[in-house]
Ligand binder design. Structure first.
Ligand code: ADP
Ligand code: MG
Length: 339
C-alpha cells in the first residue's frame, strides 16, 4: 500500500527532517511510527498526502508513484487518505453529525447515502448519542473519535492518525488505540504516529517503525541495490519490510475486537453523484456548507506550507448512478443545540 524508497526531505539548509528512509506497509496492515518530537513523523504524513514533496527518493501509494500524480489530481489522491490530527480540527460551527458528513457533502454524495454512512460511522465510534453536540461540548476522547469517524467518511484506503492521543489521558488513549485496531480489523490500512509509550504498548505486535533524528532506526526495508546482479535479487526486496508485521487478521487475534457491522466499503469518490438537496433532514447542513466551504477545504487539506501542492480542481464528475435505496436509518436528529 505504501512504499518509501530512500526518501529524504530537507527544509532549506536545516538538517534533513527525514534522511534516506525506506519502509513498506502492506494493504490492510496497521503500522505505528514512533519517535520523539521533531523526529519526522508528521513529515511522513505530509509526504503521503503530497502536502510536502520529497527532496529525494520515491513514494508509492497504492501502486502509484506519487511523483506521477499531477498537481491537478492531488485532490483525488488525498481522498484516498483520511487523516485524524492530534488537535482534532473539527469545525466548531458544525455538530458531530455534520462534521462527519462534511466531506461526503463536499463530494456531493446523495443525502440518503450520507445519512447511512454517518449513522454507521457514529455507531462504530460509539457516538450516536452525541450526534447533535458541538465540538466544544465534547471531551478530548470524544472529539478524537469524531475526527476518526470523519477521516473514515469517504471510505479511504488509508487512515492516518497523527499523534491521536497527544492530548488524552491514558485510558482514553488506550480506547482510541483499540478503536484504530478495530478499524484496521475491518480492512482499512492504518498508520499511527505517536511518541506515547502507552499507545506503543497497546499496539504491541503490529508493525513498528521508529524514527530518530529523521532516520529510521527500526522497521526499515532494504533499499534496492542498482549494482546487485540478477541472481542476488532475491535478497533485495525493496517493497518488503524486513520485519514480519502482523496483518490485520493475525494481529486481531491478540486483541478482543468487537464485531459491529460498520460500513467500510471503498466509496468511489471520483464517481460523484448529483447533489441531492431533497428534504431529508440534512438541508441545514447543505446551507451551512455553502458558507463554510472555503474554510473547510483549508481544514481538510491540513497545514499549508511552502511545498504545498495546489489543488485547484473540483471533484471529477462521474457516471455513478443515483439508484440509492432509502433503507438508511434516519439519524436521531430531533433537537438542535445550536442552529
Ligand atoms: P514530529 O512530527 O516527529 O514531531 P516533524 O515531522 O513535524 O516532527 O518535524 C521534523 C523536522 O522537520 C523538525 O525539525 C521540524 O522543525 C522540521 N519541519 C517540519 N516541517 C517543516 C516546515 N514546513 N518548514 C521547516 N521545517 C520543518
Ligand atoms: Mg508531529
Amino acid at each position: 500500500m505504501i512504499t518509501f524508497s530512500q526518501v529524504t526531505k530537507t527544509f532549506g539548509d536545516d538538517q534533513p527532517a527525514l534522511e534516506d528512509i525506506s519502509f513498506h506497509i502492506e494493504p490492510s496492515e496497521l503500522a505505528v511510527v514512533t519517535g520523539p518530537s521533531g523526529s519526522g513523523k508528521t513529515t511522513i504524513v505530509k509526504l503521503l498526502t503530497k502536502e510536502y514533496l520529497p527532496s529525494a527518493g520515491e513514494i508509492v501509494f497504492d501502486q502509484r508513484p506519487l511523483s506521477e500524480v499531477p498537481p491537478g489530481l492531488v485532490h483525488h489522491h488525498r481522498r484516498q487518505i483520511g487523516v485524524a490530527f492530534q488537535d482534532y480540527r473539527l469545525l466548531d460551527d458544525l455538530n458531530v453529525w455534520e462534521n462527519v458528513a462534511l466531506a461526503l457533502s463536499i463530494i456531493s454524495k446523495p443525502v440518503d447515502e450520507i445519512e447511512r454512512r454517518v449513522t454507521d460511522l457514529l455507531d462504530l465510534v460509539k457516538l450516536t448519542d452525541k450526534a447533535m453536540l458541538f465540538p466544544k461540548q465534547l471531551s478530548g476522547g470524544e472529539a478524537q473519535r469524531v475526527a476518526i469517524a470523519r477521516a473514515l467518511s469517504t471510505g479511504p484506503k488509508l487512515i492516518i492518525a497523527d499523534e491521536p492521543t497527544g492530548n488524552l489521558d491514558v485510558d482514553t488513549s488506550k480506547s482510541i488505540a483499540t478503536l484504530l485496531t478495530k478499524i484496521n480489523s475491518l480492512g482499512t490500512t492504518v498508520l499511527i504516529t505517536t511518541h506515547d509509550p502507552v499507545i506503543l504498548d497497546e499496539l504491541a505486535g503490529y508493525k513498528h517503525l521508529e524514527l530518530k533524528n529523521g532516520q529510521l532506526v527500526k522497521g526499515a526495508s532494504q533499499p534496492p541495490s542498482p549494482a546487485a546482479p540478477p541472481e542476488d535479487s532475491a535478497d533485495v526486496q525493496p517493497t518488503k519490510s524486513d520485519q514480519p508485521a502482523k496483518s490485520a487478521k493475525s494481529a486481531k487475534s491478540d486483541k478482543q475486537h468487537e464485531t459491529d457491522q460498520a460500513d467500510t466499503e471503498q466509496t468511489t469518490t471520483d464517481q460523484t453523484d448529483q447533489p441531492d438537496t431533497s428534504n431529508s433532514g440534512s438541508g441545514s447542513l447543505i446551507g451551512k456548507l455553502s458558507k463554510l466551504l472555503s474554510k473547510s477545504a483549508d481544514n481538510l487539506a491540513g497545514d499549508t506550507n511552502d511545498d504545498a501542492v495546489n489543488d485547484p480542481e473540483p471533484p471529477t464528475k462521474g457516471s455513478s448512478s443515483s439508484q440509492h435505496s432509502n433503507r438508511a436509518k434516519k439519524p436521531t436528529k430531533t433537537t438542535k443545540q445550536k442552529s
